[in-house]
Design a protein around this ligand. Sequence first.
Ligand code: MN
Length: 746
Amino acid sequence: MSTEPSPVPAAARPPAPQPWEVPVVAEAWRELEAKVRAARPNDDLTPLRKAFERGAWWHRSRKRDSGLPYILHPIAVSAILADEQMDMVCLQVGILHDVVEDEDVTVDDIRRQFGDEVARVVDGVTKLGKIKLANAEERQAESLRKMLLAMTTDIRVIIVKLADRMHNLQTLDALSRERQQRIALETLEIYVPIAHRLGMGKIRGQLEDLAFKFQDPDAYKEILEQLETRRQANAEYLVQIKSTVEAKLARENIPARVEGRLKRPYSVYQKIKRQRIGIEQVYDLLALRIITDSVKNCYAALGVIHNEWTPIMGRIKDFIAIPRPNLYQSLHTSVLGPGGHSFEVQIRTEEMHRIAEEGIAAHWKYKERHKGPADDDQRIAWLRQLVEWQKEVSDSQSFLSTLKVELYSEEVYCFTPKGRVIVLPRDASPIDFAYAIHSDVGNSCVGAKVNGRIVPLKYNLRNGDVVEILTQSGHEPSKDWLALVKTSRARNKIRHHINATEREKAIEIGAKYLEKESRRLGVSLNKISKERLENVAAEYGLSKTEDLYAALGFGRFSARHILHKLEPDLVPENVEPARPVTVPVPVPGGPAGAGQDLVLKVKGIDDVLVYRAKCCNPIRGEAIVGYVTRGKGVAVHSLHCKNVQSLLYENERKIDVEWARAVAESFTVKLIVYSEDRPGMLHEITSVFYNESSNIRSVEARMDEKRNDDSAIVDLTCEVKDKRQMEKIVSALRRISGVRDVERVQ
Ligand code: MN
């Protein structure tokens, strides 16, 4: 929140000047005001004045690196925008562009005082400012450029940002060498290509030369010197060819203005670098530009030029017939002029020239300067061109109507905390991000922070999000993630991990299954050689014993079949249809062996791995349902088990099971008895089991710490034949005087 300017206290003598009254500030404002006034004498400049005063107030305590008041920078940015004839919104944003980022001011403050449009553009500029471009690796420049455009819903955000950058470069001298180079490089890699893409040739050229000066000071100096030493000769030569062209065009009745110019230092530099030559070998430092009234006269002028001087083969380019993607149109040719010097000639119409210089910015220019009704059509043509060029935006009409530029809407650009850009498809989740960094990061991902806040893993990442992945070693990817991820990389990695884990489990289960079954059938596995096992595996087309165990664990073969192969004499190859399957089920914590086998029948299937689910531990007599797990055979749950309700959404994995007839079997059940703590209580409890012939495996009594009275809790593990027996035991326990409740632990 901002504070209003405090009234100057009456006692203060002399009154301190308001921030906008400081002489150097007031002077800068007068220049800006004069500039705008001259270009648009009929406009009301009150909104601009207001932006200036508020901006000066908000930045009142801040200084530039040079020590001057900070507000001089925003005023200068606004002046650059005024030079470009940008509209009033741009000029206001120029002055206000840093207040949200640097001062205690919110976008809402701006909206209240300057309206929606100004607030929206200030917000956009602020967001771009938050992106740490400098930390990014060089190869990510293209991603960053795309992201800047993707984040831009109003092209004026970019225009203000480019003006901001321009002024920063103009005042770079006060900074350290290192920062100068960083800003220069960032300009050349990020901002110059954006200006180019948007067709803003003039700004692009200025940015290039400004940045070049800091990026390679020696080369810059050398080129300037070279241009300087030839200046006189070049100037004379330019006058000569210019007047020749003007005379020839006049004779052919082609209306035109001819501009002679020296090539810019940066384009000379690029030519030297590209052709690996010294500057003394660069001859066409000169260029002519012919601006005429119609396309027809462009080609006519080209004929005049080629008639006068010999064109250099391969240098004629017709960007009128085939415009550049950024809508640039012009004819280019290079010719051998008087004295054998080559120079370039560009020929275009006024309108083409405007587009070449200003690009998309032309359409946000101060309105009075526009002549003709074509403006809105032009603007739309621009956007349509951009869209077609990107071929990624599906619904171009809807955004054309809102004049939004969403060039890369199918992608989102996010950052690691260190500033690396991660490009993901739209609606990607933090899990996609984690796998994009590294599969280990993905596998051990337990959560994510976006812009410093914890988000759910189903969060849809947005442009500019800084994403920090929280990991925990040993954590495993979940199958549910498959529904959240958008990238095939993440999907494949998750599947791979799950398959590998399930295989490991299957191998373990398969080995146990074989061992248990061998004991039951009286086969001594120890006496069977490794080779023998491998041979049997090979008979099933498996290369390793491990694969055989895995196949057993997945329920693809029965242990009995394998044992028959190993010991045909001991194990007969009989298969009784629908024979109940007996499978060892380890009871956690219980002693191994005794009475743990359960008898379950899977309808229609013989010899598959069946076990009671640990979560509900169903006992004989209870309604049950089977669930085909991946890698562990069939899990049998109580029909009322909470887990099974959610598991059974995959209906095809549901399987009917029933309790098979069996003689001697028992189920382990855990009970908790809540009772009074009185003498003889434990004896009475244990008597119930004795009377029911139920075996107590363990019993443990403790005080109920949650209650203040003489309450006790008795934990019991016992064996029961079935549900009916358990119910009898529970009701007998409840009848004991002093027993408050009995609970079965699932
Ligand atoms: Mn700035």
